[in-house]
Design a protein. Structure first.
Length: 182
């Protein structure tokens, strides 16, 4: 088990959460300003500097239950409220999407590219919100400092740790197919 996996798991699941919430807010015709505030609040909370500094310290992954709790609280860091069933579906979609992305990485190092893609998307969501952009810049620096010099073996261990985390998560594929995620 790699003790460097936690930030990658958190950032990527968080990125998936933002994609899904954005899509749901649009589908429900939520006013642009209100939707923007929801996403900004969640992203700002997700990438709080002190939290990121702690997250990037080498440590074992959180348990599945603890990780679910973190995202439950994160989803409610804004004015938006989700009932238990909606939160369950959101978390299932997040984990399914990232599990799929990890399994599709041709090289273990590609996990970093997936992570950078999520960070870039969140940068686009926050637009010109300077404070949140600074938080994201800090995370980019932490990623480069932590992962730029890893060996291929270390990346393989990270990939295996991620796949082990997802191993016993069995989610109905029909949910995934219905939203046509590629």
């Amino acid at each position: 088990m790699s003790c460097k996996t936690l930030p990658l798991l958190f950032i990527n699941l968080g990125g998936e959460m933002i994609y899904i919430l954005d899509q749901r807010l649009r589908a429900q015709n939520i006013a642009d300003e209100k939707a923007k505030k929801v996403l900004h609040d969640i992203i700002a909370t997700m990438f709080h500097k002190r939290f990121m500094d702690e997250l990037f310290k080498p440590q074992p992954l959180y348990s599945k239950k603890a990780m679910r709790t973190v995202f439950d609280r994160l989803a409610h860091a804004s004015i938006m409220r989700l009932n238990a069933a909606s939160m369950d579906k959101l978390y299932d979609l997040m984990t399914m999407a990232f599990k799929y992305q990890v399994s599709m990485c041709l090289k273990p190092r590609d996990i970093i590219l997936v992570t950078l893609n999520h960070l870039d998307a969140m940068r686009n969501f926050v637009g010109d919100a300077a404070e949140i952009r600074q938080q994201l810049d800090h995370v980019y620096r932490l990623l480069m400092e932590s992962f730029a010099s890893l060996t291929m073996g270390e990346y393989q261990l990270i990939r295996q740790t991620l796949l082990n985390f997802f191993q016993d998560m069995h989610i109905r594929v029909s949910t995934f197919i219905l939203i046509t995620v590629y």
